[in-house]
Design a protein around this ligand. Structure first.
Ligand code: TRP
Ligand code: ZN
Length: 887
């Protein structure tokens, strides 16, 4: 292995050569595929005949020509990663190469590869270089044509980007198709698909009256499962017109579903390629969560057509420019299609559960990283989810209309360009003439800011003050941080629980009016920009309870001086539903931490009756949304609580969470039983918010009940399992049964496999349910499942279900005997030889090893050291493992 090279943002240089047009021609064969590329090359500055360096990996060069003349030895150099044209002619020229590749041997699922017999591509981030020699960087934008030739009976469908302009039969049972994409694009958006596929066809008429053909391609037997994906696509197209004023720009839009895919999906221009788990759904085989994920990801990839494709990234450090923005757009889309509060709660939970730990660990990086070894490792929750929070803050600061002005200007200025995060910032600022202070720090400083707030009421002066202080913890390479610009949405509750109208705020020696256009204002956005800062509300008639960071207006850890009574009050009354949920979560986290301390002292665990009462009130409040209730009665996850401890103790946290769940179940058994009975339905499955919310609440209640040792409940859960008419209910019941080891569990798991063994997506759920189980000594079962006939280490979804699922159970993965670590260590080395991207995602489970006690630290460290010293290790795994060890 070459010494891994770190690439830095500060080293960005404009390319010496641009590519104007690219004509590709593929001959797809069983043994090998031949790729011919004809590129028109334009030097950026006249005269300079700098060498032209083309990227290329795992390619066999057959020939290279310039302006029709074959290059001779000495005129070019080929190495394992590059083809260098030593002295190209000055001025424009035509470069032609012919290369051979081996798609059937490509297990990395990057470049051109085969998935269940069909050809498909994945080029982002740097996979195009595995297809042909090219300047594989996103600021090279060209117009493409793509000719595909293949055997007609094996590969009846031939697809690429843009419009089909010619097709026909050829000798020897072959046929061809010629595609032309009229839009300039970076090579990471190139795609090709060839195989035995059929399409669900529909149309969408755009706001300007153009009719777009929509096609979702799958193997024939899966076609009935594409109805929801098509519904989602049409909804996304309409929403982007309505909310962002973005119209689709071609006459055709294709989606292809493939079973072997490293990530969720890919936004290739007019030819999106999807992991089949994010396309295929039927009520019998997919859960509500699957339906919601499909809606969100179909939206996400479609929205990339403007945020990512029409306006793309200058370099890969700018990834959040397209991903943060597009995640924000898909979050808003899902909110508008369902419940805004519930969607927000889910997104914030995801941020806390996955991004906060990343931001506090060895892989912490800014939303725009400063360096990387392997770009694939930076498709992270920080770039995606924290990046979306950064975009959301612009909207919080500017309001809906100001934000829309900003995006309009962004598209107007940069259509057809490859740009940077500053360009987005500038569009937001210029369109609104806004003062964004040091907002750009959100792109460059890693770490989750900690904001402390204390409050005081002055009855005489009728003022209420909030004093903020902020710190940003050190992260690798960034020991000292500057204060950030933090928008804090705040309101004040009176003693009856109603919002007080806000009049004016004294800040920085100035009195600013909050009220606007004679309308009362109940929430205002405080602009916290300094290390320490005070805001004083005037005309406050009584001591208020502050509701802070409404809607989670900034991705920070807020530590307030609110008492438990204040929090119970907010839980019961806050007009901001997100903050009602948040108040409950803060209480639950405190409670869990206090009991963890008891557990560690071997003192008995106790459950505060006020907490039970708070939960009971939420349960019985029929004015609340049912999915909100389900979220509000769900305790913070084990990882979230461990994240708050000095030394993470998985056994204690697990025992405590289990104890509280069981206590709640026994004290509220009657209420939970009623919820199950009242929210059952045997009616036909409908995917809408009302029905999803009903099922979620019922199944959450069932999950609580199943933690009890109770014959009657075992009967009930089995009954729910057997009478379920959709996968949401069936799988929830199975999960409830599977909480406890024993015959009922074994029988139900066997029955489920028996019923669904022919549906690989359902079998993946079955793998994940078992691997992520908290039952004692589960590593044994996972070991056995590795050799189950349905498992295949080459398929990423199966690896994520079985291996990834196992790492999601802290008690088992962090087992004190090191068995979990040993298991993962061995798998990572094996996996790395097949698929470095997937191996790298798995090895990340080790990254926070320093958070645990010494015994665990030593065991985990030993595995990381073993991995780093493995022969032929990929750069992907090397980067994560070595950075994890470096802390
Ligand atoms: N751009 C894709 C998205 O919408 C991400 C993606 C898909 C990806 N496949 C990939 C990133 C492979 C890296 C490698 O989020
Ligand atoms: Zn994306």
């Amino acid at each position: 292995m070459d010494a891994p090279k770190e690439i830095f943002l500060k080293d960005y240089k404009l390319p010496d050569y641009y590519f104007d047009t690219v004509d590709l021609s593929f001959f797809l064969g069983e043994e090998k595929t031949t790729v011919s590329a004809k590129i028109s090359v334009v030097p950026r500055v006249d005269g300079g005949a700098a060498p032209l360096v083309l990227d290329g990996v795992d390619l066999k060069l057959i020939s290279v020509k310039i302006n029709g003349n074959e290059l001779k030895e000495g005129e070019f150099q080929v190495g394992p990663r590059h083809l260098i044209l030593t002295s190209p002619p000055s001025g424009n020229f035509i470069l032609e190469t012919v290369t051979e590749i081996l798609p059937h041997k490509n297990t990395s699922l990057e470049g051109l590869y085969k998935s269940s017999g069909n050809f498909c591509t994945q080029c982002e981030a740097e996979g195009f270089r595995k297809i042909t020699f090219y300047q594989d960087r996103p600021d090279i934008m060209a117009k493409y044509t793509c000719r595909i030739e293949a055997n007609k009976s094996l590969y009846p469908v031939l697809l690429s980007n843009g419009n089909l302009i010619e097709q026909g039969d050829l000798e020897g049972g072959n046929h061809f198709a010629l595609w032309e994409d009229p839009f300039k694009k970076p090579c990471y958006l190139f795609a090709l698909v060839a195989g035995q596929l059929e399409s669900r066809d529909d149309t969408f008429t755009t706001c300007s009256g153009r009719k777009v053909a929509l096609k979702i391609w799958t193997p024939p037997q899966d076609l009935p499962k594409t109805e929801h994906a098509m519904y989602s696509l049409k909804a996304a197209m309409k929403w982007d017109e309505d909310v962002f004023g973005r119209e689709y720009d071609l006459d055709i839009f294709n989606i292809v579903s493939v079973p072997d895919f490293n990530m969720g999906a890919m936004e290739n221009k007019s030819l999106n390629i999807f992991n089949s788990k994010l396309v295929l759904a039927s009520p019998e085989t997919a859960t509500d969560a699957d339906y919601a994920a499909i809606l969100g990801v179909i939206g996400h990839e479609y929205f990339h057509n403007w945020t990512g494709n029409r306006v793309t990234c200058r370099d890969w450090f700018q990834l959040s420019l397209k991903e943060g923005l597009t995640v924000f757009r898909d979050q808003e889309f899902s909110s508008d299609m369902g419940s805004r509060t519930v969607k927000r709660i889910g997104d914030v939970s995801k941020l806390r559960t996955y991004q906060f730990p990343q931001d506090a660990g060895p892989m912490a990086h800014p939303v725009r990283p400063h360096s990387y070894i392997k770009m694939d490792n930076f498709y992270t929750v920080t770039v995606y989810e924290k990046g979306a929070e950064v975009v959301r803050m612009y909207k919080t600061l500017l309001g809906s209309q100001g934000f829309r002005k900003g995006t309009d200007l962004y598209f107007e200025r940069h259509d057809g360009q490859a740009v940077t995060c500053e360009d987005f910032f500038a569009a937001m600022r210029d369109a609104n003439d806004a003062d964004f202070a040091n907002f750009l720090l959100w792109y460059s400083q890693a770490g989750t800011p900690i904001v402390k707030v204390t409050s005081s009421y002055n009855a005489e002066a009728r003022t209420f003050s909030l004093k903020f202080s902020q710190t940003v913890p050190p992260t690798p390479g960034q020991p000292v941080k500057e204060p950030m610009f933090i928008p804090v949405a705040a309101g004040l509750l009176d003693s009856s629980g109603k919002d007080m109208p806000l009049s004016s705020i004294y800040h920085d020696g100035k009195l600013e009016s909050v009220a606007c256009c004679g309308q009362p204002v109940y929430t205002t956005v405080l602009r916290v920009t300094k290390g320490e800062e005070e805001f004083t509300f005037s005309d406050v008639p009584e001591k208020p309870i502050p509701s802070l960071l409404r809607g989670y207006s900034a991705p920070i850890r807020l530590q307030s001086d609110l008492t438990d009574d204040d929090l119970f009050f907010l839980l019961a009354h806050d007009s901001d539903e997100f903050n009602r949920w948040e108040a409950g979560q803060i209480l639950a986290r405190k409670l869990m931490l206090s009991q963890v301390a008891n557990f560690q002292k071997s003192s008995p665990l106790v459950l505060d009756p006020q907490f039970v009462h708070g939960i009971k009130c939420i349960l019985l409040d029929s004015s609340l949304d049912k999915e909100f209730i389900a979220k509000a009665i769900t305790l913070p996850g084990e990882g979230e609580v461990m994240d708050l401890m000095e030394v993470a103790d998985p056994d204690a946290v697990h025992a405590v969470r289990k104890f509280i769940r069981k206590q709640l179940a026994s004290q509220l058994k009657h209420e939970f039983l009623n919820l199950v009975k009242e929210n059952r339905s045997s009616e036909k499955y409908v995917f809408d918010h009302t029905n999803m919310a009903r099922r979620t609440l019922k199944n959450t209640a069932l999950g609580y009940l199943a933690s009890l040792e109770d014959e009657e409940i075992t009967e009930l859960v089995l009954h729910e399992y057997k009478t379920a008419t959709n996968m949401t209910d069936q799988f929830s019941a199975l999960a409830a049964i599977a909480q406890k080891p024993g015959k009922a569990r074994d029988d139900a798991l066997a029955d489920f496999y028996n019923q669904w063994q022919h549906d690989y997506l359902v079998v993946n759920k079955w793998f994940a349910l078992q691997s992520s189980s908290d039952i004692p000594g589960n590593v044994e079962n996972v070991h056995k499942l590795l050799s189950h006939q349905a498992f295949d280490i080459k398929n990423p979804n199966k690896v994520y279900s079985l291996i990834g699922g196992f790492c999601a159970s802290p008690v088992n993965f962090h087992a004190k005997d090191g068995s979990g670590y040993k298991f993962l260590g061995e798998i990572v080395v094996q996996l790395d030889k097949l698929n470095p991207q997937v191996a790298s995602r798995m090895v990340s489970a080790f990254s926070r090893w320093k958070r645990y006690d010494e015994t665990r630290q030593n065991l985990a460290k030993a595995q990381l050291e073993k991995i780093v010293s493995a022969n032929g290790l990929s750069e992907n795994v090397y980067e994560i493992a070595s950075k994890s060890l470096a802390v």
